[in-house]
Write a protein that binds this ligand. Structure first.
Ligand code: 173
Length: 321
């Protein structure tokens, strides 16, 4: 064999090895519906790191990023159509495709329990059917929502106030007499600064990430419902994966859900940080709080069941509240 032939044959063998390896390793394109590096993207980013470490030679995730890459209310549809393979997104951002997703905030048992009592299976079926997605994981158990304000109130009444909402807060804001204005998180700061809104709904954690503390005077207690942010995988992509690839994702999903154990401590430190930042907590006592929580629960279930009678009732059964 001449030297040229040796080089050519070696080259071919090398090329074949490379193409075999890349046929086995799959790369998923992922987006998040919250700004990169902020509270509700952080754990997803840890999940990606873990998959890319554990999944070497098997499966990798290419993190495309957050709302700069894709508007949050379009993320659900991008997963459905396969424009992206994976997303970190709250149900509140895809109610256009799945109206009952507004009810996920009311299903607030820990994921360890939801995976045992049939809730995960039911929600996975719903996502399979309506979003062409695998429901890989749900995060942020134990993280309640609040109403934040720039105008003081002396009772649970938002009459005359414009409040930034997503579907999460729409019904309760309306029930309290306020005017809901649907706004993606990326526009909240400007809306506050310009006085387009007098307040906003958001979880207990994360208001410092985009500087909202500088445009917030009050937080109304108590917190209500439970935040949920899901990791979804396009169903065609999911079905195309082999067992080893799915195992890397499923193992990392359970690990991601276990991070919920950190939430109570995070809530506490965020609460303290808000107080230090001069945000005044408005609390109208136990009776008013109890009535408010009942009203919040009632108006939300009514709304979910009106939009999706069958799945709404089933969700309520599973939620047990
Ligand atoms: O307020 C929101 O944008 C919203 O609906 C939400 C949901 C889950 C986590 C954080 C925010």
């Amino acid at each position: 064999m001449g030297i040229r032939t040796v080089i050519a044959v070696t080259g071919l063998a090398f090329a074949a090895t490379i193409s075999l390896a890349s046929a086995q390793e799959v790369t998923l394109r992922a987006v998040t519906s919250f700004a990169e590096g902020t509270q509700f993207s952080k754990n997803f980013e840890r999940f990606i790191e873990k998959v890319n470490k554990d999944g070497k030679g098997i499966i990798q995730i290419n993190y495309i990023g957050g709302p700069r890459a894709m508007p949050p209310f379009e993320v659900g549809n991008a997963v459905r159509t396969g424009v992206v393979d994976m997303a970190n997104v709250t149900g509140a951002f895809y109610t256009n495709l799945m109206p009952e997703a507004d009810g996920f905030k009311l299903v607030s048992k820990p994921m360890s329990e939801q995976r045992k009592n049939g809730t995960w299976e039911y929600l996975n079926q719903l996502h399979n059917q309506k979003l062409n997605a695998q429901y890989l994981a749900r995060q942020f158990h134990n993280v309640p929502f609040h109403i934040y304000l720039n105008k003081k109130i002396d009772k649970m009444d938002l009459t005359g106030m414009k409040i930034r909402v997503t579907p999460v807060y729409r019904d309760i804001v309306q029930a309290l007499g306020g005017t809901p204005i649907n706004t993606p998180p990326g526009e909240v700061y400007t809306a506050l600064e310009r006085g387009v809104v007098d307040g906003y709904g958001w979880p207990i954690s994360g208001i410092f990430d985009l500087g909202w503390d500088k445009a917030t005077k009050f937080r109304v207690n108590p917190g209500f419902y439970g935040a949920e942010v899901n990791v979804l995988v396009n169903l065609d992509k999911w079905k195309s994966l082999n067992d080893a690839q799915r195992k890397v994702l499923n193992d990392a999903a359970l690990w991601l859900e276990s991070l919920d154990a950190e939430n109570v401590a995070i809530n506490k430190s965020e609460d303290e940080r808000q107080v230090k930042a001069g945000i005044q907590v408005l609390d109208f006592g136990p009776q008013v709080s109890q009535d408010f929580l009942k009203k919040a629960n009632d108006v939300a279930w009514q709304s979910v069941i009106a939009k999706s009678p069958e799945t709404g009732k089933k969700l309520r059964e599973l939620a047990g509240n």
